[in-house]
Design a protein around this ligand. Structure first.
Ligand code: SR1
Ligand code: MG
Length: 406
């Protein structure tokens, strides 16, 4: 196994790569490195020239055979190749929202990316009440295009079947099966939450209809190879500023249900909404920012719906000539999105893979309130999902949800 990068070895590696010398560093002898520790999965460094850190810099991402943050979690290094190939497809179908990759080092499982140092991780921006007026347009378009162009609505039957085996990604998908679906809805040693919300957690564990609903979603996740999905499309996988939105990290990608990507993104907007209980410092700021999050969530769905429908109409492969089928497909997409969003909220709040929206809340009482609200949004979505017909059904359930702790 290749040794994990250190600040010294990553600088030597960057200096040794002709692609980076030619494109970025031009022989600069003042390279420095900083570790980026926000993610759960990989060893990531930013390498930059001390004299020109903004323009002469690169992100180097090294895949080890396990999670960086949780070393017991086995994660095949093949994810590095998958990430590279998925980014090539995304760049073909939605270049504006796709991060640039300089190279994939197949021997050492390293990918080199452009350093988007004028952008911030969306999750962190949301915690600071930053508004991104174009994010809904960009994320909705990204999802519509990458998902439509890799589905059976666009590809021929043979093309799709030829593509699927390149992205089986069994080890990474199993991590998501366990962490998103199996563990959070039953007692499991990985699960954790803030002291005080035990009654809500127990209510989930004791409600077999919740488990049955989540397991139905898990079955769809495991069996519905609808399109090449990102499979970890949360607000930590998006870099934004007021003008641009870039989706990163498709290392979990495989052919799965479209609604899982849409649901993951919407879930993480809902988590940001709940976490404003702490992050927004006044009632007025909280109310204003929550209203923006709700409208951005709704707009994302509307953009996705419109763009996906437009692509189907104009570029579909002609194999599905039924307006009623299309209407039913889009309604099922919204209902499944609602369910997958609920599962994602549960797992980020009471499963293993928590998020910075929550772990930055040091006061336990407030963090329990946020978890309480988030869990209640998830349960409301899960239970109502079969009756959902429009996005306002989701947003109304979200804004009606209450904190039930203590
Ligand atoms: C616990 S580490 C793995 C998790 O982090 C990533 O964000 C994926 O969602 C995965 O479930
Ligand atoms: Mg990631």
């Amino acid at each position: 196994m290749t040794a994990p990068f250190t600040s010294e070895t990553v600088i030597a590696y960057a200096a040794s790569r002709p692609e980076l010398q030619e494109e970025i560093f031009h022989g600069a002898a003042d390279l420095q490195a900083e570790a980026l520790t926000e993610g759960n999965v990989n060893v990531i460094f930013r390498v930059f020239s001390a004299r020109d850190p903004q323009n002469k810099s690169v992100i180097l991402k090294q895949a080890l055979p396990h999670s960086w943050r949780y070393p017991d979690l086995i994660m095949p290094v093949e994810r590095s190749r998958i990430e590279y190939q998925v980014l090539q497809l995304e760049a073909r179908y939605c270049p504006e929202q796709t991060v640039r990759i300089y190279f994939h080092d197949a021997e050492r499982n390293i990918n080199a990316f452009e350093d988007l140092n004028q952008h911030v991780v969306m999750r962190e921006g949301l915690a600071r009440q930053n508004k991104y007026p174009l994010a809904a347009q960009h994320v909705g378009t990204f999802m519509a295009r990458t998902l439509f162009y890799t589905s059976d609505l666009f590809l021929s039957s043979g093309e799709k079947k030829a593509l699927v085996p390149h992205f089986i990604n069994a080890g990474m998908v199993k991590v998501q099966e366990d962490l998103v679906f199996t563990q959070p809805v039953q007692p499991h040693p990985n699960n954790r939450w803030t002291r005080g919300i035990e009654p809500q957690v127990a209510a989930i564990y004791n409600d077999d209809t919740i488990r049955a609903d989540v397991f139905l979603l898990k079955e769809k996740y495991m069996t519905n190879a609808q399109a090449l999905i990102h499979n970890d499309l949360h607000t930590g996988s998006i870099l934004v500023n007021e003008r641009e939105t870039k989706v990163i990290d498709p290392e979990f990608a495989f052919f799965g249900p479209i609604a899982h990507d849409v649901g993951s993104y919407i879930a993480n907007l809902a988590i940001a909404y709940a976490a404003q209980e702490f992050h927004a410092k006044t009632d007025a700021v909280r109310a204003d920012y929550r209203a923006w999050l709700v409208s951005s969530l709704a707009e994302t769905w509307e953009v996705l719906y419109a763009e996906f429908s437009r692509l189907w109409e104009n570029e579909g492969n002609g194999e599905w000539p039924s307006p009623t089928y299309r209407k039913n497909y889009m309604r099922a997409l919204l209902q499944d999105t609602t369910g997958f969003a609920a599962a994602e909220i549960y797992r980020r709040l009471i499963g293993l893979a928590h998020v910075s929206d929550l772990w930055t809340i040091t006061d336990e009482h407030t963090r329990a309130q946020v978890e309480s609200l988030g869990v209640n949004i998830a349960t409301a979505w899960l239970k109502a999902r079969r009756g959902v017909t429009q996005i306002s059904d989701l947003t109304e359930l979200m804004t009606a949800a209450k904190i039930t702790y203590p």
